[in-house]
Design a protein around this ligand. Sequence first.
Ligand code: FEO
Length: 391
Amino acid sequence: MAVELAGGVYWVGAIDWNVRNFHGYSTHLGTTYNAYLVVDDKIALIDTVKAPFYEEMLRRVKEILDPGDIDYVISNHVEMDHSGSLPMMMKEAAKAELITTEKFGESGLKDTFHADWECTPVRKGDEISLGRRKLVFIPTPMLHWPDSMATYLAGENLLFSMDAFGQHIATSQRFDEEVGLDVIMPEAAKYYANILMPFGDLIVKALDSLSEFKIEMIAPSHGVIWRSHVSEIVDAYAAWGRGDTRKKVVVIYDTMWGSTERMAQALVEGITGAGAEVKLFNLSKTDRSDVIKDVQDARALLIGSPTLNNGMFPTVADFLCYFKGLKPRGKVGAAFGSHGWAGGAVKQIEEELAKAGVEVIKSDLAVKFVPDEDAIKKCVDFARNVANRLG
Ligand code: FEO
């Protein structure tokens, strides 16, 4: 069923209950692809949905009106979870004008669909009157592609924010208070950490651009609509955009015969003894995108790997590759691990952490085969010292 957000403004998106991997991000709770219909003297459809969900969206649009009556289709973002249904919708909404960002929107749609659509490119502050209300366009480049923009519905104080402020949750409820902040905020944090972390400075800029608008409702492209906790999610984005961290250490490892795991547990003991918050993750048991959620607000990472073929375990290499791409800021880190006749993993981890912009603390925690009591004590002492320097 279509759901009315405000007078004549409807959610007409689709619910993907079963998606469990979203370009490398574990979506344990599924997701939604949100499209919105604004009905005034003129009618605007804001975004579409991933192609396999076109019929679901179309059904919801048809509950409200004949899609042939749509005047504008706004493409806030070219990525195919939102634009995938455009080829079908542009046929159905035959008279509609397609609106996208001047920067990369038009070229992105062309390079993706190779269609002969005429686009109307828009820039910051451009407006379209729908009659009683107007749409204002606010480009938000790199949140999360170069073409991304938000669309503001003046008169309703409603921001269609695109990927920003989203969460990957499939639910039959459409609004924040119906699901509860305790459920949606961790998902919003995971979404930010995995998708928007590299763009903290741009988030700060976007929040600055948005501060001139009165916003009473935020309708993102994924998950539930913020109407009861708008200030909470905006404040959270401000903190995440600044890269705020706290006295928290994340211990991340994999293990072959239990030695690196034993060292990881000793590190946890040292951190706990110093009164810092700690999280422990075995990369064979926890998806990288879940680990990243906890890395986002941590001040330190301790990464452990056994040596396999003179290098890191593949799971650890995978994690560090992903982590580096997210351009973390303001973190210290160290490496540890067990090896047999030749080491290699600890040095490799230190090199990768340095490339990721992490301040590396040399640990001297490379242990041959199985750690003895002295090695375990060294781990505890090292972790305590790391935790103590976090302030
Ligand atoms: Fe939800 Fe960048 O697409």
